[in-house]
Design a protein around this ligand. Structure first.
Ligand code: HEM
Length: 444
């Protein structure tokens, strides 16, 4: 079977994925032989992002892919899956791949259709956030926002973060049994990012539902309902932020929206669309992965009681433990890149316009880089996991995410040294923005 015969470019736009309503067929893919420069048909049982069992534990499937098919075309998702650490790391840093292609070519030139008109509010919003920009636009806007996320600026926020998490823990002290999601995992990062941007307290309850609806479009097969939800959320969220930014331009406060509103000039520095798109990105990215990392981290510890005991006995391990938890059960499993020029990897030719699925969750378990990768080791060093990405899109909020996680783990370890799970948690069905539906614990 020729590679090109199975490659059917039909994605209309940059990011995120848009495999609307595609039915998942049994996985039949074309894989590269590690030895030869040819493609052979390869039946891969395991890559099943629509299956909650796979979402809960994709790691055995990844091990098979890394070993037998490190570059593989997955027909149901129309993605080329890349699963080895060194490949994922190298491709993230290579400018021949982009989160969008619109900086170098039109949809038509890339062989894709334009996105349908009904999705315009969503794509207009997403396309104006730095995560989906490339080239000089990306550099210009990233520079404007990055000073709010430097390690030293974030360090200055630590006392405030400690206070927020301390108050949240204090509010549930004595409650016996709680769900960590609404009690700690969610309100901490939402409050922090909302305060940084200057979203009034009375409006903060809107952020989580808007973000959740927008994030549905990041999954590999958004349904028509998910598309409709994302379009509505994008419209409302954009209108809200546009109004807030205009108000802050008149009456600036001590917050990031005010700072950005003052440099909007429809040209040189920042357009209003870019302000809105980037603030929505910051508000969403600023909490989604942190919420999920908190619950996934605790669940990993509960499943590895000897590592939890080790951490309880020695809190100086918290920084390495947080890194290891982020590696061990990766909250954001896969990120995509468009292929801007044809290239070859492990003997497989991949055409321009193809879409890659860089499987971070697999890279983080690659035995080429991590000793005993399937073992949780809260003292693991070095730990060069790819959970925050690499290259020009490396997570802007990594210092903040790390500090929030360290602070919340420390607070819970100190205040509830006997905390234990009440039951096995349920997984949300999402694969890309992956997490638990909740985590009920007994505080002890
Ligand atoms: C544990 C928490 C977090 C994880 C695992 C995470 C992960 C990531 C990853 C993997 C990327 C790169 C995606 C790609 O290359 O395609 C990214 C980008 C980004 N993240 Fe995070 N993130 C986290 C927390 C945060 C926080 C707290 C913020 C705060 C604002 C944030 C803001 C961003 C932004 C703005 C980008 C886009 C950067 C760019 O395109 O230049 N993230 N994040």
């Amino acid at each position: 079977m020729k590679l090109m015969s199975v490659f059917t470019p039909q994605h209309p736009f940059g990011r995120p994925s848009r495999l609307a309503c595609r039915q998942y067929a049994p996985l039949r893919s074309v894989a590269a032989s590690a030895e030869g420069r040819y493609a052979r048909p390869h039946v891969l049982a395991p890559f099943a992002p629509q299956d909650v069992g796979f979402v809960a534990d994709p790691y055995p499937a990844y091990a098979e892919l890394r070993r037998d098919a490190p570059v593989v075309y997955d027909e149901p998702t129309d993605h080329w899956l890349i699963t080895r650490y060194h490949d994922v790391d190298a491709l993230l840093r290579d400018r021949r791949f982009g989160r969008t292609y619109l900086h170098v070519a039109s949809h038509e030139e890339m062989g894709h259709e334009r996105p349908p008109e009904r999705l315009e509010p969503f794509w207009r919003l997403i396309g104006a956030g730095i995560l989906d920009m490339e080239g000089t636009d990306h550099a210009r806007v990233r520079r404007l926002v990055s000073k709010a996320f430097t390690p030293s600026f974030v360090e200055g926020l630590r006392p405030r973060v400690e206070k927020i998490v301390g108050d949240l823990a204090g509010a549930v002290d004595g409650a016996g049994e709680i769900d960590l999601l609404p009690a700690i995992a969610e309100p901490l990062p939402v409050t922090v990012i909302a305060e940084m941007l200057g979203v009034p307290e009375a409006d903060r309850h809107l952020l989580r539902p808007w973000s959740a609806d927008i994030c549905k479009m990041y999954e590999l097969n958004p349904s028509p309902q998910a598309e409709a939800d994302a379009v509505r959320a994008s419209t409302e969220f954009s209108a809200y932020l546009r109004a807030l930014a205009r108000e802050r331009a008149q009456h600036p406060g001590d917050d990031l929206i005010s700072e950005l509103a003052l440099v909007v000039d429809e040209g040189e520095r920042l357009t209003e669309d870019e302000l809105v798109g980037t603030c929505v990105l910051l508000l969403n990215a600023g909490h989604e992965a942190t919420v999920n990392s908190t619950l996934l981290g605790w669940w990993s510890l509960f499943r590895n009681p000897e590592q939890l005991a080790r951490l309880r006995a020695d809190h100086s391990l918290i920084p390495t433990a947080v890194e290891e938890l982020l590696r061990f059960d990766t909250p954001l499993q896969l990120f995509e890149r468009w292929v801007l020029e044809p290239f070859e990897l492990h003997g497989v030719d991949i055409p321009r316009g193809a879409e890659l699925g860089l499987v971070f969750g697999s890279a983080n378990r690659d035995p080429e880089v991590f000793d005993d990768p399937d073992l949780l080791d809260v003292g693991r060093t070095p730990n060069p996991h790819l959970t925050f990405g690499a290259g020009i899109h490396f997570c802007l909020g990594a210092p903040l995410g790390r500090m929030e996680l360290q602070t919340s783990f420390r607070t819970l370890l100190e205040r509830f040294p006997e905390m234990e799970p009440v039951e096995e948690p349920r997984w949300r069905p999402n694969y890309i923005v992956r997490g638990l539906a909740g985590l009920r614990v007994h505080l002890g």
